[in-house]
Design a binder for this molecule. Structure first.
Ligand code: ZN
Length: 494
């Protein structure tokens, strides 16, 4: 049974119907929503299709999933656009580097009897980026329109409304990784989806409404994780959390139905809070369990290549479940999650080629940085990309300036690829700080000024010498003291 109305192959019925081939891409537009449906109009021909928005299982979820799959090169992929009396499918199939073949097939109500005369099949070729740009823009314009506000969707908010439709055309065209089977690529896609469906651009309009929307998204995430599991395993995926989502949604409905106050509102509110958090917690655990059980079935390990959303490439140096040590093509070495970068979702796609890593060719700072990462020296897995010494903060939200070289770590956390790191390194090697001596100090905060004093620099040098010694005899229970503690002692503050 397919959870989603998306299939990663061509339909068996497809060949039955003769195709009208358009010489150039047709105009595409959306009209509505009106009376519960949206019309997708293919301009310049007699063909049109209806996309029905229901408030229980929005077909927009399927459209979003299909659009993402096409953007990430997972064709052939077909989505069923309409769930009413007839079936309308849209199929995308890559035919050349960066060219898509698109086909729209409208089947009669009982297409098992395949009456070729009543079916319509129309197709065209289009540059991949072109299609994704106008397709994404079209949906984005519709979904940010006034029809999709709370008054229209107050009962069951459309969870796909806030997805980044406009970014579809920015996904890079990537070659396939030959070590990955199609089923493995599809599974990986579903796992990425499971970790990326989060509310965006959304302003809470009452707790019940907000929770209903989050529950819709987390349900979709869980279904995506289960779909990934089914690509790789014959047994059934765990699905205990679905029941908790159902139960929490029932409480949402009771809150919405409680206009006359027949139930005590505060009591009901507390019940909703409990049911909601239990459902979210259990679902996140279940998704993590599903992915953990499936990761060993994917060809991921030292030497595998991945690309990110900006088409930057990395090679895995070490993979420990969902925790990866990556070497990027801009020579950056980072510890990252398989699906996250500093707890923010990150897209990674398996590719055939990537940077060549040679441990012996690393400069002394990178060699040190890699050792600290391998030895888990930093509690938050952040080692300063400029000086190569570990950040000892307990929480990545607290990471501010590297206490050795003054680099602004808070800019680096969540976005490793900063220009200028090589220049900062030169400054650090020459002056011991990322800022050159002539930098106007009035622009700096109080602590940053302290870091540039002679006395502080002396303490930082002592700490770096201790860390160098620690690397020779690493002891996880005895790490050198932070520089700020040494400073406070010097000042008589501690
Ligand atoms: Zn540093």
């Amino acid at each position: 049974m397919d959870t989603f109305n998306v299939r990663f192959d061509t339909l068996p019925e497809w060949a039955t119907f003769s195709e009208r081939r358009l010489a150039s891409p047709p105009g595409l537009s959306l009209v509505g929503p009106e009376a519960g449906q949206i019309n997708l109009v293919i301009a310049g021909s007699a063909v049109s299709a209806l996309v029905t928005l229901s408030d229980v299982h929005p077909p927009l979820a399927d459209v979003w999933l299909w659009s993402l799959a096409v953007a990430w090169g997972l064709g052939p992929a077909a989505v069923r656009l309409d769930g009413r009396s007839e079936a309308v499918y849209l199929l995308a199939h890559p035919v050349a580097q960066d060219v898509l073949s698109l086909e729209l097939l409208r089947l009669p109500a009982h297409h098992a009897s395949s009456d070729p005369l009543s079916a319509q099949r129309v197709g065209w070729l289009e540059p991949r980026t072109n299609f994704l740009r106008r397709w994404g823009r079209m949906w984005c314009n519709l979904l940010t329109g006034p029809f999709f506000d709370r008054r229209q969707w107050g009962i069951d908010p459309e969870p796909m409304r806030g997805m980044p439709w406009n970014e579809l055309g920015d996904a890079p065209a990537l070659e396939e990784a030959p070590t990955w089977s199609r089923a493995q690529r599809i599974a990986w896609f579903y796992f990425l989806v499971a970790y990326h469906l989060r509310s965006r651009n959304h302003f809470p309009e009452g707790p019940a409404y907000w929770r209903q929307r989050e529950l819709s998204l987390i349900r979709f995430s869980l279904l995506a994780a289960q779909a990934g599991w089914r690509q790789l395993r014959a047994d059934a995926p765990p699905e205990k959390a679905l029941q908790l989502i159902d139960e929490a949604e029932q409480v949402v409905r009771r809150v919405q139905a409680n206009i006359d106050g027949s139930e005590e509102p505060n009591q009901l509110e507390r019940e909703l809070g409990r049911a909601y958090f239990e459902a979210i917690r259990a679902t996140l655990h279940e998704i993590a369990d599903i992915v953990a059980a499936c990761l060993p079935l994917l060809p991921i390990g030292p030497g595998s290549f991945f690309a990110d959303k900006q088409a930057r490439r990395a090679v895995i140096l070490r993979a420990d479940g969902r925790e990866w040590l990556l070497y990027w093509d801009d020579r950056l070495i980072r510890k990252e999650g398989a699906f996250h970068l500093d707890r923010l979702p990150a897209w990674r796609w398996p590719v055939a080629t990537g940077p060549c890593f040679d441990r012996n060719a690393l400069d002394p700072i990178d060699a040190r940085l890699l050792r600290f990462l391998e030895l888990n020296a930093s509690p938050i897995d952040v080692v300063c990309p400029v000086c190569g010494y570990p950040c000892m903060d307990d929480d990545w939200m607290e990471a501010e300036y590297c206490e050795f070289c003054g680099f602004a770590l808070y800019k680096y956390v969540g976005n490793g690829h900063l220009p200028g790191i090589r220049q900062y390194r030169k400054n650090f090697l020459r002056w011991g700080d990322v800022l050159p001596p002539g930098f106007p100090r009035r622009k700096l905060g109080r602590w940053r000024k302290v870091m540039l004093t002679k006395a502080y620099r002396q303490l930082a040098r002592e700490a770096m010498i201790e860390w160098d010694a620690w690397l020779k005899h690493p002891d996880p229970d005895h790490k050198p003291e932070e520089v700020w503690r040494r400073w406070n002692r010097l000042q008589g503050l501690a």
